[in-house]
Design a binder for this molecule. Structure first.
Ligand SMILES: Nc1ncnc2c1ncn2[C@@H]1O[C@H](COP(=O)(O)OP(=O)(O)OP(=O)(O)O)[C@@H](O)[C@H]1O
Length: 757
């Protein structure tokens, strides 16, 4: 439901009826509200409108007054709606102060048909459904009294079936024949409003009736013999004025209209057409996921005719969607249960997922979302909207706001407008809001200077009305603390899930599972083990293991082709004569392994990865450049942020060297380098100096870093703002940090300063 706004005298319209605000009741002046207490004495202010009820305790707040307008517990009122141009009707269940200390009331909402179903029905009267949703709204949003009645009472009162435009009641009269749980789209049996509701005393019974006759959540164990009739799953027939067709079910309206997040929503028009109520078919009109769910991955015809090498290459490719995610079972269930609980409860939550690169964070979250999506389609879970925002794919973090708004409402607006709209949306009640799951991937890229974007996305789930479920994915565990301060991040109460790096056995299983179904047995199990061990020794990164194995398959494929060619070229050579066959067996054996992925092939693939021109360039860098890059990598690792300043990196280096000096062992090396002595780390002319090393603090300030930064920028290894190494200049790696890690991992000079990259 759109928020309810303060302020008066704006044009509003109730579904089907354009109307003015009820200034006739509340007057045009903005008078203050005051409470009405039970059994309060007659005074001049209350004009003797003393209310005595035996059931009320003295001093209990039973109503509120604004000038001559009064409303009491159990009264049905109109509320001012915001930009949606719809008026809201609710029963006052309790008076209280809201979170801001403003005078407010808890309302039990009525819902209009066009909020529940997409097809708008034009009737002369406005039919509402009493719902199970409550919200607290400021009294200032009250916009007069509403009159709810049965259809018969309406016809009796307005025999023409219309409320005359000139009538004082125009826009204030509504028909109610059923209750509805808007989240599950389930309705009660038809009732006569005058029989079931007379006022405050009937509120409890009304709530009980609604709870009993509608379903609170779609989450259920699928039972085979469950009939739609028994569930009272009804939907109003858009055509047959007021008729109800049992057995027809739809997901809530919002979930069907989120085109922004569903590029493939075109399918809706063709594949998932809403059925007519009479078809008695279950309709699950759902948005489509942006990514391919694991379980629905299918082999293309091309795939079927491909060679074993092609199939292996495709399946090992990091961009392909695996059929399963071995070794991530517990992380999967953890993420799944948190998300499922939040969707079912209609609550907001923020889950912070961290882990080093290639540990399956994104893959697991997508797998969870696709399973939840399947549960929605199977009618086992309430609907939700899903949107993925990737920090790497947007140029300005503020675009996240526009993407979220587009996902929620299907409207494209500027980031600034979106922020404004989102703030309003989440701070206003909306019983009919569909939960929204946001995957914020590569979060570190989204962190702006004032951390506003991250703060908002972490903060909104905590707002009572947001129903926003944020899954924030980053590489470092403590990005929120580092960027938001401990106080704020502990207030946000994030749920944290950490993905550990894979060990070699896990990496083996992952690669093996990707190779399942590859014909021809082209990969030696030993080769997979070798690759897994090599990768696990450094990073536990599945992406790297897959890349190496895929390259090894490419090499084996090339070998096989060469082999085939040489066989073809020499079909009639004497080597093929039976007399010489015996002698050739070792050669043949060699040939047969030429098309297989062996330990040797993997070794070649690894060598290739470590001896490409970039690697060679990095290894040949002068010491100052290596130090600078190492410090930049450490900084990225420590902060989880891709961007630092030149000054930050210098500080990181100081910290790094200080540790080194304190360990005293490598100091010798540094001294040697500084003084140009020959030895393990002979001076390479970078002008490394020790300005103060022996005594307090032992501060070392290497020189030549400025020119190192300029050279690295020129070579495209780093990006440096303005190309000038000044302390505030922004700096980031222009190559993957794993490339730097790989190049310097066994570097004696970097090892010499005691740094483990
Ligand atoms: N358990 C697994 N089983 C199969 N494939 C996996 C597994 N874990 C990761 N992968 C694959 O490894 C690649 C990297 O995974 P993913 O993108 O999920 O990692 P990530 O932790 O999100 O990395 P980053 O932090 O770099 O974004 C993907 O191709 C993914 O399919």
């Amino acid at each position: 439901m759109p928020g309810v706004v303060d302020g008066r005298s704006r044009k509003r319209h109730i579904p089907g009826v354009l109307r003015e605000d009820s200034d006739d009741e509340l007057g045009t002046e903005d008078l203050p509200w005051e409470w009405i207490y039970a059994n309060e004495p007659d005074t001049e202010e209350n004009n003797g409108r003393k209310r005595k009820r035996a059931t009320w305790q003295d001093g209990q707040i039973i109503g509120a007054r604004n000038g001559n307008f009064e409303c009491y517990l159990g009264d049905t009122t109109l509320l001012k709606a915001d930009s949606s141009n719809e008026a809201w009707v609710g029963i006052i269940c309790e008076f209280q102060e809201d979170e801001e200390g403003e005078m407010a009331a808890n309302f039990m909402w009525f819902s209009s048909p066009n909020e529940i179903r997409s097809a708008k029905k034009r009737t002369d009267y406005v039919e509402l459904y009493i719902t199970t949703s409550f919200d607290v709204n400021a009294l200032s949003t009250i916009n007069g009294k509403a009159h709810v009645m049965s259809q018969q009472a309406f016809v009796n009162k307005f025999p023409t079936g219309k409320v005359p435009r000139k009538s004082k009641e125009y826009g204030k009269v509504f028909v109610c024949r059923r209750g509805c749980n808007t989240r599950t789209c389930t309705y009660t049996e038809e009732f006569i409003w005058e029989d079931i509701y007379h006022g405050r005393e009937d509120l409890e019974a009304l709530q009980e009736r609604l709870q009993k006759e509608t379903k609170a959540t779609r989450k259920k164990k699928p039972a085979k013999d469950e009939s739609p009739e028994r569930d009272y799953k009804f939907e109003a027939d858009p055509e047959a004025d007021g008729e109800y067709a049992p057995g027809v079910y739809r997901t809530p309206k919002k979930a069907r209209t989120r085109d922004a997040v569903t590029p493939s929503s075109r399918h809706k028009k063709t594949g998932n057409k809403p059925a007519t109520p009479s078809s008695h078919r279950r309709i699950v009109v759902k948005k489509h996921l942006e990514f391919t769910p694991l379980a629905t991955r299918v082999l293309s015809p091309m795939h079927v005719h491909a060679s074993p090498y092609q199939v292996a290459r495709t399946q090992l490719h990091v961009a392909s969607v695996p059929t399963s995610l071995p070794c991530r079972e517990s992380e999967f269930s953890l993420v799944y249960s948190h998300l499922e609980a939040a969707i079912t409860d209609g609550s907001g939550t923020c889950i912070y997922i961290s882990g080093t690169p290639g540990t399956g964070k994104t893959a697991t979250v997508r797998e969870v979302v696709s399973h939840l999506d399947a549960a929605v389609r199977a009618d086992e879970l309430d609907d939700f909207i899903f949107v993925e925002i990737n920090g790497m794919k947007i140029t300005d973090p503020h675009q996240s706001y526009a993407l979220l708004w587009e996902a929620l409402k299907g409207q494209r607006v500027s980031p600034a407008q979106a922020l404004d709209l989102l703030e309003r949306e989440f701070s206003h009640p909306s019983p009919r809001r569909v939960p929204c799951v946001v995957l914020m991937d590569e979060l570190d890229q989204l962190v702006t200077k004032n951390q506003g974007v991250m703060y908002n996305f972490f903060n909104w789930p905590g707002l009572r009305h947001s129903r926003l479920i944020v899954l924030a994915v980053a590489n470092t565990m403590d990005l929120p603390e580092r960027t938001l301060s401990n106080k704020i991040s502990s207030r946000l109460g994030l749920t944290r899930i950490t993905f550990p790096g894979y060990n070699h056995e896990q990496l083996m299983r992952i690669v093996q599972s990707r190779l399942e179904g590859v014909p021809g047995d082209i990969v030696d199990p030993d080769a997979i083990q070798f690759a897994a061990r090599k990768v696990a020794a450094v990073s536990g990164d599945a992406r790297r293991a897959l890349d190496i194995c895929r390259r090894a398959v490419e090499l084996a494929e090339a070998d096989a082709k060469v082999n085939d060619l040489s066989d073809d070229a020499t079909p009639n050579t004497p080597t093929k004569t039976p007399a010489r066959k015996k002698d050739e067996s070792p050669q043949k054996k060699k040939k047969s392994s030429a098309g297989r992925v062996t330990i040797e092939t993997v070794r070649r693939a690894i060598n290739e990865a470590t001896s490409n021109p970039l690697q060679q360039y990095l290894r040949s860098l002068p010491f100052a450049s290596k130090l600078l890059l190492t410090a930049l990598c450490l900084r990225i690792q420590r902060t989880g942020l891709a961007e630092s300043t030149f000054g930050d990196v210098l500080e990181e280096m100081q910290r790094m060297l200080k540790l080194t000096v304190n360990e005293s062992r490598p100091l010798k090396l540094l001294e040697k380098r500084a003084t140009g002595q020959k030895g393990e780390g002979a001076d390479d002319g970078t002008g490394l100096m020790i300005t103060k090393a022996k005594q307090t603090g032992q501060l070392i300030r290497p020189a030549g870093l400025g020119s190192a930064a300029v050279d690295l920028t020129g070579a495209g290894i780093i990006n440096l703002e303005g190309q000038r190494p000044e302390r505030p200049s922004k700096m980031r790696l222009a190559v993957g940090d794993e490339e730097v890690r790989l190049a310097f991992r066994d570097d004696p000079e970097i090892k010499g300063v005691g740094v483990m990259l």
